[in-house]
Design a protein around this ligand. Structure first.
Ligand code: PLP
Ligand SMILES: N[C@@H](CCOP(=O)(O)O)C(=O)O
Length: 477
């Protein structure tokens, strides 16, 4: 399997050749040349599989044996997806399931993706990436300096996956004072020598822009061996495809049944993995994109206009990990929507990269969005508190603020005849203040994380400047 850029001006490369990097040299995002297809017989064979077997069945179709020997790939998957790693399952759920489903009512489920070490869905891909990076680096004797941007969850997941790993340094940019207390403590309390936290005076998109600018400086990228862990990295998306299959198989009995997914969305990485699972043959009815007040994506799916916003119009909300107004992975979906016409993608993103917008109505592409199953909705602070209360009262389940955005939109948009899986993208312990506001009591947290916020913290505060970040990397390598 080779990977091509959405912008069509980079050479096709193998999985391991793109594994450490982020953007393609032409500024685009990598996608497989063709999506592998999973037939009815394949789905039937998957029905008895555990998470590790399922992950191997899918990822071995995305990684050639000649690139990473499948025996090695299998060993890396087996080492990653263990109950001990994803052990924060709710009472009554089995950690062995890795991503257990929780039935709320008839045809309505939570797909629990946040039972890993940092209590968010990012651990699903990041733990695998940590092990894959270590494997590839030790084979080639290389080192890497990972540069990432986080609104709260990617950062901690990456740092927990990479801390202490030989040959890896992590430079993680986060928006200064905009993460929850728990998220901040999770990252800034790490004292490992290979972890550098940089708090950027700005919003998440400023941090993400810096990561992309550094990635587009090819000389700097090569000299300082800059790697990526954000969802611009194909490895992240590949690993996230697996749990859509797992969720589907958990709530259906035969392959004629379809299911829908609701995905709390910001950078469009998670729902993009769902889109690709559907393109690979997973029987998906709706893919519902749920946003918070930062509703650029909802606006697109309602109107056909994609208009990323600047920092002044990006709100700080109580689902802060979704405070994103420029959705990196949206380019991957638009590439498919425009019939994989990379020249068209280049035109569209020339506008976006210069602070502009685009409208897909005129050339008829917006009419085709529904064929891909996409639907959207948004939620605000009052909605999310009400949904957290309703979930507790009706189902006895405390959900986090991002999952609440998802559940709110799922209830509005779903077809009650079709099983709906709402992706649980974080555990409530990460957003204690909002949960206390909604329920009057603090959410449960794993005993091992008691007192997290009291640990000593370290980070470097910096202006949102590409040069300042580059200088920091140079000084610390
Ligand atoms: C808890 C949580 N929910 C939802 C999202 C949105 O996911 P995505 O950026 O893949 O759309 C994020 C951040 O990415 C997150 O951390
Ligand atoms: N919500 C994310 C933002 C980065 O998203 P990514 O999926 O592109 O890494 C976060 O929590 O950091």
């Amino acid at each position: 399997m080779k990977y091509i850029s959405t912008r069509g001006q980079s050479p096709a490369l193998s999985f391991s050749e793109i594994l450490l990097g982020g953007l393609a040299p032409d500024g685009g995002l990598y996608l497989p040349e063709q999506y592998p297809q999973f037939s009815d017989a394949d789905l039937t064979a998957m029905r008895g599989m555990n998470y590790r077997e399922l992950a191997f069945a899918i990822l071995s179709r995305l990684v050639d044996d000649s690139d990473i020997p499948h025996s090695d790939l299998k060993a890396i998957i087996d080492k990653t997806y263990r109950a001990e790693v994803y052990g924060f399952a709710r009472a009554g759920q089995s950690a062995e399931d890795i991503t257990p489903t929780l039935k709320l009512e008839e045809n309505l489920y939570l797909l629990s993706l946040s039972n890993g070490p940092t209590l968010a869905f990012k651990d699903m891909a990041m733990q695998l990436l940590g092990n894959l990076f270590e494997y590839v680096l030790s084979k080639t004797g290389q080192t890497t300096n990972i540069l990432g941007a986080t609104s709260g969850d990617t950062g901690s997941a990456a740092e927990y996956a990479m801390r202490g790993k030989k040959g890896v340094r992590v430079f993680m940019l986060s928006p200064y004072q905009k993460m929850s207390r728990f998220q901040t403590a999770q990252m800034f309390s790490l004292q490992d020598d290979n972890i550098f936290n940089i708090a950027v005076k700005g919003v998440f998109d400023d941090a993400q822009d810096i990561v992309k600018a550094v990635s587009n400086d090819h000389d700097f990228k090569a000299q300082y061996k800059i790697g990526a862990v954000n969802s611009i990295n194909w490895g992240r998306i590949a690993a996230q495809i697996v749990y859509y299959f797992k969720g589907y198989l958990a709530v259906t009995r035969d392959n004629k049944q379809k299911v829908s997914f609701t995905v709390p969305s910001g950078n469009f990485g998670n729902v993009c993995a769902g889109h690709i699972a559907r393109m690979m043959g997973l029987p998906v009815e709706q893919l519902i994109v749920a946003t918070n007040e930062n509703d650029v994506l909802d606006e697109f799916f309602r109107t056909g206009v994609y208009a990323p916003r600047g920092a002044a119009n990006t709100y700080h909300t109580s689902s802060p990990s979704m405070d994103i107004s420029k959705a990196s992975n949206f380019e991957r979906f638009v590439f498919d929507l425009v019939g994989q016409d990379s020249a068209r993608v280049r035109e569209l993103w020339t506008a976006v990269d210069h602070g502009g917008k685009f409208d897909l109505n005129a050339d008829g592409y917006f009419d085709q969005v529904a064929d891909f199953g996409f639907v959207s909705g948004s939620s605000n602070h009052a909605d999310r508190l009400n949904t957290i209360r309703a979930s507790k009262q009706k189902y006895g389940v405390t959900i986090d603020t991002h999952t609440a955005d998802g559940l709110k939109v799922a209830l509005e948009k779903r077809d009650p005849q079709v099983p709906m899986l709402v992706l649980e993208t974080a555990l409530p312990a990460k957003f204690e203040d909002a949960i206390v506001e909604a329920l009057g009591v603090a959410p449960e947290r794993p005993a091992s994380l008691n007192g997290l916020e009291d640990l000593p913290q370290r980070s470097t505060v910096m202006d949102a400047s590409v040069d300042a970040v580059k200088a920091f990397i140079v000084a610390n390598t």
